[in-house]
Design a binder for this molecule. Sequence first.
Ligand SMILES: Cc1ncc(COP(=O)(O)O)c(C=O)c1O
Length: 419
Amino acid sequence: MTNFVNTPWTDRFASRTEGMTSSAIRELLKLTADPEVISFAGGLPAPDVFPLEQIDAACRKVIAEQGKSALQYSTTEGYLPLREMLCRHMERYGVKVTPANVLVTSGSQQALDLIGKLMINSGDRILTEAPTYLGALQAWSGYRARYLTVPLDDEGLQTDLLEAQLRSGPKFLYILPNFHNPGGTTLPLERRRRLVELASHYGTPILEDDPYGQLRYEGEHLPTLVEIDAEFNGAAAAEHPFRGGVMYLGTLSKTLAPGLRIGWVVAPEAVIFRLVQMKQGADLHTATFTQMVAYEAAHGGFLDRHVKRIREVYGERRDAMLAALERHMPPGCHWTRPQGGLFLWATLPEGLDSGKLIHEALQQKVAFVPGASFFPLGGGQRSMRLNFSYCNPEMIQEGVRRLGAVIERHLAPKMVAVP
Ligand SMILES: Cc1ncc(COP(=O)(O)O)c(C=O)c1O
């Protein structure tokens, strides 16, 4: 831990803090505050696509028409018109639920934490992908979770390696089927079906985290695991479209703005009931004002139009990064080709360690996140996560050129012929 002055508080911290780490990304982001650094490190949406005018108009409308309730405490479950809108929105993506199944959270990060608080006893094993979303590990390590992992390949979780892990009885399985963070992968339909089938066979609940599902730049939308889970109900699926074997996390962070801190969890009513209790202890409810503003800004078709625009901008940036990698990466490097989302995953040639390269990269004013941070059980030293949403295409081109040169320099000594 950093060198803080000891106080009577510091030696009384709960023992669970021993398992807690600072996010490597947050630490890196501090270093990338230098405006000259081209940062592929964060997971930040591009500020140039923030809907400033729409949010401005929504704020005024909320204050003018519902100011007194917008500034008041409200229900823990969330603002009903917003939950209804989320249900309509999700229905088009195969998640058919009513507001009774939806809890609004302060970003989907809070949903991860509340689920940890609800589900994880010290020492429980959670099955994740390797690599996986760092924020989930951070949230659950605070509850002293342990991990089992299944590796990703270029198409996502390797379902042929899943069964052995399911057999050992994890508490639940956490997965990002769409445009993985950090992997940039999209789980194909056959693997989705196999995954739900296997998890259902072993009675393992699935937590499907889908912050990027709508940000698809090519290919066809694939059914959510919630939808596939319902299909397993056969003829009853039409009547019970939400079977509850899969819980689903959504967020407006990547489609509207992360500063609003609006996420949600879709869960069986019995789970929502408990999550509401957890949330009351955490923050009573998500800010009434931002929930109302998000609803005002998003409903009536704006969100769809806005998502279309984001797809155009990010799709172009993804293409710029893929072209720049093709051009500047030394032979032996490999990277995923994301169909959507914000990230791609690059793997360096044998013998290189991205954790060592990052210091030189920062000197050369380019940043990425070393891959090892995303592996709960170690590994990933040769890999790195690159974000392509934040920088414009010119910066992407220049940043990848700098990165390629750093990698090249580390490869060079090995290429010198020994006399
Ligand atoms: C996979 C995943 N889950 C959850 C989150 C948390 O998002 P938020 O709390 O902004 O909704 C993120 C953010 O980057 C993410 O990538």
